[in-house]
Design a protein around this ligand. Structure first.
Ligand code: PLP
Length: 663
C-alpha cells in the first residue's frame, strides 16, 4: 500500500469479561493510534459529541446491515446500538468492536455469526465518513485477524463485499482473503461477492503491507543487551569513547544497558538484540518530525538520483537559501555547512574580523562548539592552548550585571557575545535580551544567537522571532534537516559580505567546506521547511510534551516523590530531574531512573520529544515512569541506590577524567 507508514506499537489483549471481550491494539497508522475496543455505555455521549452537524452519521462502507445507520444520529440511537452490540457479545455469537482513532470512535468492526464448533465467523467493517481511509481500516482488520485466529481460534472468516466496491476488495485481498464467488440477491436483494480467509492459508506476505503487530514491537528490553554489549565492547576497541559523540557514549547509560541501535521509525528505535524502545532526545534534538519521516526521505531520494556533490553551486543552493531567509526575517544572508560547531566558530571568526578584537563572552549554557574557542572553557579542555582558553569568558543568563562586568573588565576587547536566547529550563526575563542587545551596541560587540536547539523547536524562525530581539549573527543546525547534517550561519549583510566578494576589507574565511552544499541535506532541509509550513510540528510537540510532563509529574505525586523526580522545561524540550534523599541532583539516582526506564522500553537521557510521538507513546512512557518511581522510592527509603543499581553510575559527558567510568 503506497505511502502507508509501517509502524507498530505494543499489542495488547485485555480480557474484559467472561464473554471474552477484548481491547486490541493499538497500532499506529499514518501517525494515528488505531485500537479496537468493546463499546461501553459512555460511548453514546462521546458519539453525540463527535458527530459533525452536517454529516452526523456513520455510513455503511464495506457491508450492508440490517440496522439503519443513516438515522443513527443521536446519543439515544447510539446508546441503543451500543446496547445491541453488548447483547450480541453476551450470547457469544458476535464480537463487536469500536474502531477508535486517537481515542475517538471512527467506526465499527463486527465478528458476526461466530460458530466455534465449525470455527467460522463473518466480518463486517464500518467506518465513519469522516475517518474513511484504507490504512485505518486495514489496521483495524489486521488487529481483528490476529485476534480471531489466535485468541478466538477460528478457522474461517468470510466477508460479503458489495459488487463493485474495489477498495474493499483490495483491502480484504491484501489481508489474505480470497474471492469465492458471487452471492446473487444477497441482503436486500443486492449482489455481493463472498470472500473468505482460512487460518491455515493466511500467508503472512499477503498482509505484509499492513502494520505489523508482534512481540518485537512491544517497547521493552526483555531481550536483554547481550548483542548490544558485544557491539559496544567492539566499538570501544575501534572508536575512542566507543561513540562518535560524547553525549552518545556508553558512560551516559547504565552499565551493560547501552543499546546499540539498528533502526528507527517515528518515535521508535530498535536495537541489536531486537528490543524496541520509545526514544526521547531524538538524535541530540536533531529530529523533530520523527525517524524515517517519509516526505523528507522522498525528497532525499529524488536528490540522490541526480548526484550529490559537484564543482559548482547547484540550483538547490539558491532555493534552500531563499527558503531559509524567508523563515528568518532578521537575516540578510546565509551560508550552509554540516555541523553546528562550524557555524558558531565561523561566527566567532567573523566577529573577530569585523571588530578587530579577540575576546568572546559566552553565556553559562551547556554547549556552543567542538572547537578550541569554546572547548577551552569547559572542564574537558586538555589540548587547548592556555592563550586560547583565556580568550573566552562566561556571563550568567538573566543577569545583565554579570555581562556589564565582563565588558568593564575586558578593556574594550570583546568581539561578541554568544548565547542561546532561551533554553529548555530558562526563559529570558522581561528586558534581559533587550539589555544584552543594548550592552553589545554600547560596547561595539556583536550579538550572536545560537539557534541550534531553539530553531525548529521553539519556532521555525528561531528564538529571535519568539522573543523579538534581532542578533547580528545567528547559528543554526540540529533539526534543520530532521537528522540530515546541515547547519547555517546567517546574519547582517554588511558582516556576511566580509566573507564574500563585495568587500575591500581583508576577506574572512567564512565556512568553506567540501560537503557544505551537498544536495541530500539541502533537499532534506527544504522538505523540513515544507513540513513546518504545511503542518504544525511545534504545536504537536508542545501538546504531547505537556501531556507527558503532566503524566510524569502526576505519577511522581501519586508516589510522593515530587521533590526528587520531575519533568520540567519547555514542553517541546523537556528534561527530567533526579535528586537524592537530600534533594541534590544525583548521578546515581539518574542512573537508577535510566535503568528502570530502559527495562520498560523507554530510551532517553531527557524527555525531548518529536512530532512523531503519539498519545500512546506518552501513555506508555508515563506508565513506565510510574513503575520506575516505585523502585526509585524504595531506594530513597533505603537511603541509597546501591541495592537497586546493577552497575556504576553515569558521569557527566564533558568531565576531565575517564573515571568514574574508566574502562
Ligand atoms: C546549543 C548548541 N550549539 C552548538 C552545538 C554544536 O553543534 P554540532 O554538534 O552540530 O557541531 C550544539 C550541539 O549539541 C548545541 O547544543
Amino acid at each position: 500500500m503506497p505511502g502507508l507508514i509501517r509502524q507498530a506499537l505494543r499489542f495488547r489483549v485485555t480480557s474484559l469479561s467472561s464473554a471474552g471481550r477484548v481491547t486490541l491494539g493499538p497500532v499506529v497508522t499514518r501517525g494515528k493510534v488505531v485500537e479496537l475496543r468493546p463499546p461501553v455505555a459512555a460511548d453514546a455521549v462521546e458519539w453525540s459529541r463527535l458527530v459533525r452537524p452536517e454529516r452526523d452519521r456513520l455510513e455503511p462502507r464495506w457491508a450492508d446491515s440490517d440496522l439503519d445507520w443513516v438515522t443513527r444520529s443521536s446519543a439515544d440511537a447510539w446508546r441503543d446500538r451500543c446496547a445491541e452490540l453488548r447483547r450480541l457479545a453476551r450470547d457469544g455469537t458476535a464480537l463487536p468492536f469500536l474502531i477508535t482513532v486517537d481515542g475517538a470512535i471512527a467506526g465499527e468492526l463486527l465478528l458476526d455469526r461466530v460458530d466455534r464448533e465449525r470455527g467460522s465467523a463473518e466480518v463486517e467493517v464500518w467506518i465513519s465518513e469522516a475517518r474513511e481511509g484504507t490504512s485505518i481500516t486495514a489496521s483495524a482488520l489486521r488487529l481483528l485477524l490476529h485476534h480471531a485466529f489466535g485468541e478466538y481460534e477460528l478457522r474461517r472468516l468470510t466477508a460479503a463485499i458489495p459488487v463493485g466496491d474495489r477498495s474493499a476488495a483490495a483491502l480484504f485481498s491484501r489481508a489474505g482473503f480470497r474471492r469465492e464467488g458471487l452471492l446473487r440477491g444477497y441482503r436486500r436483494t443486492a449482489d455481493y461477492e463472498l470472500w473468505s480467509l482460512l487460518a491455515t492459508d493466511r500467508p503472512d506476505e499477503s498482509i505484509s503491507d499492513l502494520p505489523i503487530v508482534s512481540a518485537m514491537d512491544v517497547p521493552s528490553s526483555g531481550r536483554g543487551f547481550e548483542r548490544s554489549s558485544a557491539l559496544q565492547r567492539r566499538l570501544h576497541e575501534l572508536v575512542p569513547g566507543g561513540a562518535h559523540t560524547y553525549a552518545r557514549g556508553s558512560d551516559q547509560y547504565p552499565e551493560d544497558m547501552a543499546p546499540v541501535l539498528v533502526r528507527g521509525d517515528g518515535s521508535r528505535v530498535w536495537d541489536a538484540d531486537g528490543n524496541c524502545f520509545i526514544e526521547y532526545g531524538m538524535g541530540l534534538r536533531s529530529v523533530t518530525l520523527g525517524h524515517g519521516y517519509r516526505p523528507v526521505l522522498d525528497a532525499v531520494q529524488r536528490a540522490l538520483a541526480d548526484g550529490v556533490n559537484f564543482s559548482r553551486p547547484t540550483q538547490l543552493e539558491v532555493a534552500a537559501a531563499e527558503d531559509f531567509l524567508s523563515l528568518v526575517p532578521g537575516a540578510d544572508m546565509v551560508k550552509f555547512a554540516k555541523n553546528g560547531s562550524d557555524a558558531t566558530t565561523a561566527a566567532i571568526r567573523l566577529a573577530r574580523a569585523a571588530t578587530g578584537r579577540d575576546m568572546v563572552v559566552v553565556c553559562d549554557q551547556p554547549f556552543f562548539s567542538a572547537d578550541d574557542w569554546f572547548i577551552g572553557a569547559v572542564e574537558m579542555n586538555a589540548g587547548v592552548p592556555e592563550a586560547t582558553r583565556g580568550q573566552t569568558v562566561r556571563f550568567q543568563f538573566n543577569d545583565l550585571d554579570s555581562l556589564r562586568l565582563r565588558f568593564a573588565e575586558s578593556g574594550g576587547q570583546i568581539a561578541c557575545v554568544v548565547m542561546e536566547a532561551a533554553t529548555a529550563l530558562a526563559e529570558p526575563e522581561p528586558g534581559f535580551l533587550e539589555g544584552v542587545r543594548a550592552l553589545c551596541d554600547t560596547h561595539g560587540a556583536l550579538l550572536v544567537f545560537d539557534e541550534m536547539i531553539t530553531g525548529f523547536r521553539w519556532s521555525a524562525s528561531g528564538a529571535q522571532s519568539v522573543y523579538g530581539v534581532r542578533p547580528d549573527l545567528s547559528c543554526w543546525g540540529k533539526a534543520m534537516g530532521n537528522g540530515f547534517p546541515i547547519s547555517a550561519l546567517a546574519g547582517r549583510r554588511d558582516l556576511m559580505e566580509l566573507g564574500g566578494l563585495r568587500t575591500d576589507s581583508p576577506r574572512v574565511f567564512l565556512l568553506s567546506t567540501t560537503h557544505g552544499p551537498e544536495t541530500v541535506s539541502l533537499a532534506a532541509f527544504r522538505s523540513v521547511v515544507q513540513a513546518y509550513t504545511e503542518g504544525d510540528p511545534i504545536g504537536v510537540m508542545e501538546r504531547r510534551g505537556t501531556e507527558l510532563a503532566e503524566g510524569v509529574n502526576a505519577a511522581a505525586r501519586e508516589l510522593g516523590v515530587t521533590d526528587y523526580v520531575a519533568a520540567i522545561g519547555r514542553p517541546s524540550c523537556l528534561v527530567f530531574t533526579t535528586r537524592d534523599e537530600d534533594g541534590r541532583p544525583s548521578q546515581p539516582y539518574r542512573t537508577l531512573f535510566l535503568q528502570e526506564m530502559l527495562r520498560r522500553g523507554v530510551l532517553g537521557q531527557s524527555f525531548v520529544i518529536s512530532a512523531a510521538h503519539t498519545v500512546a507513546d506518552v501513555e506508555h512512557t508515563v506508565q513506565a515512569v510510574r513503575e520506575a518511581l516505585v523502585v526509585y522510592r524504595r531506594a530513597l527509603e533505603d537511603g541509597g541506590v546501591e541495592r537497586f543499581l546493577a552497575g556504576r553510575p553515569v558521569a557527566p559527558a564533558l568531565r576531565s577524567l575517564a573515571s568514574p567510568r574508566r574502562l
